[in-house]
Design a protein around this ligand. Sequence first.
Ligand SMILES: Cc1cc2nc3c(=O)[nH]c(=O)nc-3n(C[C@H](O)[C@H](O)[C@H](O)COP(=O)(O)O)c2cc1C
Length: 206
Amino acid sequence: MIIDPKDQPRRDVYKLMIGSILPRPIAFVSTISTDGTLNLAPFSFFTGVTSQPPTICFSPARRPADGTQKDTLNNIVATGEFVVNVVTEAIARQMNEAATDFPPEIDEFEMTGLTPIPSQIVAPPRVKESPINMECKLHQVIEIGPEGPGGGALVIGEIVLFHVADELLRKGRIDTGALKPVGRLAGTEYTTLGRRFSMERKKYQP
Ligand SMILES: Cc1cc2nc3c(=O)[nH]c(=O)nc-3n(C[C@H](O)[C@H](O)[C@H](O)COP(=O)(O)O)c2cc1C
């Protein structure tokens, strides 16, 4: 079947994307507003960009109901700082709770019961219960699409400090089995690490 996105309702295009681009890692992003309210929200349109400088990106879409921008984006634009916390099986339930569309004055650490602990370089706190936190400074926001439902932004940030739980580091590598990361699938479905396999990469020999 060939599907031209221009002929499809926005919601169906979204479903094609979340059913095709998966499993997706989840950036659990902590931010702070200019009046000091703590915010926490998950974003699975998320990936790494470069390692020099260490750079990540994620995409807060506008709210489907009214096209307004999400609190996370407003806070990042206002302060230039955020923290990406890695989502593990142990905090999957709280991550899902943080996706509730709370008004901006609500502290989402309080709502989820997760513990804010100070970052070293940026103002937004880290999630204590997450074993990997990346303190980030905003590099660039690229707005994409309409200023209404369906549109959004690509937030590009530089990781200025990593916090990694000691027990996860083995000779400089993260022990992914011990990390127990959670990935997002389509709709309300998630996945944990399944069968893993490795493949050596061949070197080209002319
Ligand atoms: C696992 C998961 C992944 C999500 N990924 C995204 C995403 O990539 N982009 C987005 O705009 N919203 C995403 N959401 C929805 C936001 O988390 C939700 O709209 C949240 O209320 C935004 O909070 P904020 O207004 O405090 O920033 C996701 C929700 C869940 C549960």
